[in-house]
Design a protein around this ligand. Structure first.
Ligand code: NAD
Length: 493
């Protein structure tokens, strides 16, 4: 049985010295590997390696960093298919979707290649006679990333390339459910020329996370996962004096106005609702049909949903793969009879199958009191809520405790603009169902979808991973000497 080990100080540690967890192929349910679960002492070793490496890496030239990042970008490009296959083998998503996640990860590396431009800082010349001010940004030191199962390659790539480009060293704690892709992308960083210890990977569960959150040498933590854990990580990390950004769960609404192109809206709802089996934080899970279009829209969505081909991720004809675990499959499947009992109409019913498969479900006439509406299901269950007016739809969307993504489908520019202006969400799509920002804009939600004040990747990430320093200089040395206890001011001198 394969063992997925830690990467500490440039070496793979795969001797089993403590706890392990099984990794399964979600298409078959077969146990394919064991992943090591770090204890506190393993985390301490990784943080020690990162602390030692930080001495040199924080002083490395921008030329050195960009050389590594450009080489890394080329290696990732060459290994796209291999990484995507690792994702499919442990996560279950179809190969084309896995390739998409690798591509979005590579875009972040491409952004990080521009780090010299991003770290240029500001300068003001002659703020007072012979006095100049420069603003520089310096790395935090050792930072950590804790990532979810649903994008096992992309979410780590959201974090460490920019953190490392900024001169930090990194400890990554990937999801223990599908750890191999994260380990592989980290190994490629070493092949690209990154010195040992700059990027470390420890696998594990709550034990490893808790040690990272309390470790005195960890200066910052980026987290992506479910809302309860995001809130816990934010509270615990900040209480321990760390800078934390913690992205949580979601329940993304797609509002369809009566003037929308209903075929486009139906295609978009099905692609964004059932893609990756609904296991995306930007999945559309609620369609809000406004006015009298509900019946026609539901018919169009149902036709498309029934035609989806569900099968193993490595089968090129599959459009949707299985769910991550058998427990999750059963939890997701249970929402459908429960919604029926609570008064929803089950238009398409997906049931649990072999492996971790569950078919797609479409629920109509869902109301905000139902569990299917209230919970983040994180599976292929799409709910349709009927709203009489645009204003009712806006009220519904804005009453959600989450605020990750929200979309509107319309041909009315003024309505779209009003939606953009008023909606309580961090990422907004106008005739775009999954508005995941490109790498040079940052990604993040509002409300219970993000704890902290900076989003991930893009310029927010550069800011998060650096501390500002403002340097005031006077050359030549002041001609006028002597004591002056007044507060320094530039006026008159
Ligand atoms: P999760 O919260 O269960 O796990 C995320 C990470 O936290 C994993 O590394 C896990 O090992 C660790 N963890 C789990 N339980 C913990 C505990 N009790 N204490 C400390 N650490 C713990 O999330 P998941 O199931 O892996 O991922 C799915 C969730 O992630 C969904 O809610 C989804 O919406 C969310 N997500 C959000 C975004 C975003 O950008 N907002 C992106 C992807 C996924």
């Amino acid at each position: 049985m394969k063992t997925v080990g830690h990467l500490i100080g440039g070496k793979i540690v795969d001797a089993r010295s403590g706890r392990t967890a099984p990794v399964t192929d979600p298409a078959t349910g077969e146990h394919t590997a064991d992943v090591l679960l770090a204890g506190g002492e393993d985390v301490d070793l990784a943080v020690a390696a990162a602390t030692e490496a930080a001495v040199e890496w924080s002083r490395s030239s921008l030329a050195t960093r960009t050389r590594v990042l450009f080489a890394y970008r080329e290696l990732l490009d060459r290994h796209r298919d291999e990484i995507a296959r690792l994702v499919t083998a442990e996560h279950g998503k179809v190969h084309a979707d896995a390739l998409g996640e690798v591509a979005r990860g590579i875009e972040v590396v491409e952004f990080a290649c521009g780090i010299p431009q991003l770290l240029k800082g500001g300068a003001s010349h002659e703020v007072s006679t012979d006095v100049d001010v420069r603003e520089i940004r310096q790395p935090l030191g050792v930072v950590a990333g804790i990532t979810p199962f649903n994008f096992p390659a992309m979410v780590p790539l959201w974090m460490f390339p920019i953190a490392i480009a900024c001169g930090n060293t990194f400890v990554l704690k990937p999801s223990e459910k599908d750890p191999s892709a994260a380990l592989r992308v980290a190994e490629l960083m070493a092949e690209a020329g990154l010195p040992p210890g700059v990027l470390n990977v420890v696998h594990g569960d709550k034990v490893a996370v808790d040690r990272l959150l309390e470790h005195p040498d960890v200066a910052g933590v980026s987290f992506v996962g479910s809302t309860p854990i995001a809130r816990y990580v934010y509270d615990t990390g900040t209480r321990n004096g760390k800078r934390v950004q913690a992205l949580g769960g979601a329940k993304n609404h797609m509002v369809v106005l009566p003037d929308a192109d209903l075929d486009l809206a139906a295609d978009s709802a099905v692609s964004a609702g059932y893609g990756s089996a609904g296991e995306r934080c930007m999945a559309v899970s609620v369609v809000v049909a406004v006015g009298g279009i509900g019946d026609e829209l539901v018919t169009k969505i149902a036709e498309r949903a029934r035609s989806l081909r569900v099968g193993p991720g490595e089968d090129p004809s599959s459009e949707m793969g299985p769910l991550i675990t058998a427990e999750h499959r059963d939890r997701v499947a249970a929402y459908v009879p429960q919604a029926r009992a609570q008064g929803a109409e089950v238009v398409v019913e997906g049931t649990a199958g072999d492996g971790h498969f569950v078919g797609v479900s479409l629920l109509d006439h869902v109301t905000p009191e139902m569990d299917a509406y209230r919970d983040e299901i994180f599976g292929p269950v799409l709910s349709v809520v009927r709203a009489d007016t645009f204003a009712d739809a806006m009220r519904l969307v804005n009453a959600s405790p989450w605020g990750n993504g929200a979309a509107v489908f319309t041909s009315d520019g003024a309505a779209a603009r009003l939606f953009e202006q008023e909606v309580q969400a961090g990422m907004v799509g106008i005739n775009v169902p999954i508005p995941v920002p490109v790498a040079y804009h940052s990604f993040g939600g509002w409300k219970a979808s993000l704890f902290g004040d900076s989003h991930v990747y893009g310029t927010d990430s550069v800011h998060f991973h650096t501390r500002g320093k403002v340097v005031t200089t006077r050359w030549p040395a002041p001609a006028v000497r002597g004591l002056d206890l007044a507060f320094p001011s530039s006026s008159g001198s």
